[in-house]
Design a protein around this ligand. Structure first.
Ligand SMILES: Cc1cc2nc3c(=O)[nH]c(=O)nc-3n(C[C@H](O)[C@H](O)[C@H](O)COP(=O)(O)OP(=O)(O)OC[C@H]3O[C@@H](n4cnc5c(N)ncnc54)[C@H](O)[C@@H]3O)c2cc1C
Length: 148
């Protein structure tokens, strides 16, 4: 089963029900860091592509959906005169995938740019996490490793 939710509230309901029914599920961003077995996944796949609304720029803070492509975000921010994640111009991931993987390059990593993450825990609770940039590491996003 492949789900492409567009509304956080509805995704929260779906996650709660999957959790209660003990149905396994995993999240999918742009799929650029995944290898999928030929026989396909044995769990429900929840894609973030529906959360791709245009970034909302408020001064030097930007609110952007998990499904928005990271390279496109870099272009939008440069156009708006903002800097900080130019290293991601060539990383073919979604914003959600890049936060989860702490994607980066020599010049920096996503963890340094994340101020707050609105996410939905695996059991369906809508949460807001303010991660400590110091705790991000290679492919690690503490506090976010189990959610979306
Ligand atoms: C050509 C190429 C170049 C690359 N260059 C770089 C590079 O320079 N630096 C670098 O760090 N990486 C690089 N990568 C790897 C990859 O692009 C990054 O890891 C990127 O962050 C993955 O994002 P994604 O959206 O494709 O995630 P996916 O591959 O879809 O998922 C990766 C992991 O994140 C989880 N995930 C994804 N979205 C969410 C979400 N919304 N909520 C919760 N969990 C989620 C998935 O479950 C999975 O565990 C490269 C890959 C390719 C193919």
């Amino acid at each position: 089963m492949f789900l492409t939710p567009r509304e956080p509230d509805r995704l929260a309901v779906v996650l709660r029900r999957l959790h209660e029914a003990e149905v396994p599920f995993e999240f999918l961003g742009a799929g650029s860091n995944l290898l999928v077995a030929d026989e396909g996944p044995s769990f429900v796949v929840i894609a973030s592509e529906g959360f791709d609304e245009e970034p909302n720029i408020l001064g030097d803070r930007v609110r952007v959906g998990a499904g928005y492509p990271a390279p496109k975000l870099v272009k939008r921010l440069v156009k708006a005169g903002l800097s900080g994640i130019e290293f991601a111009e060539g990383i073919p991931g979604s914003v959600g995938g890049c936060v989860r993987m702490n994607a980066g390059w020599h010049e920096g990593a996503f963890g340094n740019a994340v101020a707050e993450v609105a996410c939905i825990a695996r059991h369906g609770a809508i949460e807001s996490i303010v991660p400590d940039p110091e705790t991000f590491a290679y492919r690690k996003s503490p506090g976010l490793d189990g959610g979306s």
